[in-house]
Design a binder for this molecule. Structure first.
Ligand SMILES: Nc1ncnc2c1ncn2[C@@H]1O[C@H](COP(=O)(O)OP(=O)(O)O)[C@@H](O)[C@H]1O
Ligand SMILES: [Mg+2]
Length: 206
């Protein structure tokens, strides 16, 4: 795939193992080895998944694909354009043993919340107040995921937002006709009673 001369090369067999590049920020990992190998993969018709953490990374890969005449093969998944990935639905409906478990779905939501907090400049392992709010968010996420799962509704961020913004504030409110008419929670089909009663109590307690 890449001939380095003197019998040295990056071969298909190398591409089927891992590549690890070490270097300080700005030392040329991306513009050096990454670009060199990416051109090798692209020119040899490889498929692959590129996860972009930095904003400029998508544009860079679009350029690399164009340089190797692979633009037509590129599928960009993101908030712009037509391709999306419903990570919640994927996690909920995974068929292996750990698929659909609330604890794993909540772990994804916690991870995303942590990444957003980090991007907003909050310290990664700040204790004190942060810990309290992280625990509160984790607790709320757990309830927000369980509630749609019990009656078999699709877990989605819009549904979770609707639930949290119209949840009852007290046990008395549940009997209030005004609240019933306006709350999204009221429209969730009832789950079997043994599941709903404890869930409702935990929700209101928290
Ligand atoms: N050998 C080199 N000589 C001069 N500039 C370089 C060299 N290698 C990389 N650069 C430049 O340094 C900058 C950072 O490189 P980059 O590949 O993004 O680093 P990394 O991915 O390791 O953080 C880029 O602007 C790149 O063009
Ligand atoms: Mg880099």
């Amino acid at each position: 795939m890449r001939d380095w001369g003197n019998g040295q090369a990056f071969r298909l067999a190398d591409a089927l193992t891992g590549v690890c590049v070490f270097g300080a920020t700005g030392s040329g990992k991306t513009s050096g080895p990454a670009k060199h190998l990416a051109y090798g993969y692209l020119a040899n018709d490889f498929g692959g998944l590129v996860l972009c953490a930095k904003k400029e990374e998508r544009r860079q890969w679009q350029q690399w694909a164009a340089d190797c005449d692979r633009s037509d093969d590129l599928i960009v998944v993101g908030t712009i354009g037509k391709w999306r990935f419903n990570f919640l639905e994927w996690e909920v409906s995974r068929t292996d043993a750990s698929g659909g478990l609330t604890i794993n779905i909540v772990a994804i939501l916690d991870e995303i919340a942590g990444a957003i907090a980090k991007a907003a400049g909050e310290s990664e392992n700040g204790g004190g107040d942060n810990k309290f709010w992280e625990d509160a968010l984790h607790h709320m996420n757990t309830n927000l995921v369980d509630l749609p799962i019990f009656p078999g509704l699709q877990v989605s961020l819009p549904l979770m937002r609707s639930i949290v913004s119209t949840a009852p504030q007290s046990l008395a409110q549940i009997a209030d006709a005004n609240w019933q008419a306006s709350s999204f929670v009221e429209f969730i089909p009832p789950a079997p009673a043994p599941l709903v009663a404890p869930a409702a109590r935990v929700w209101i307690d928290s």
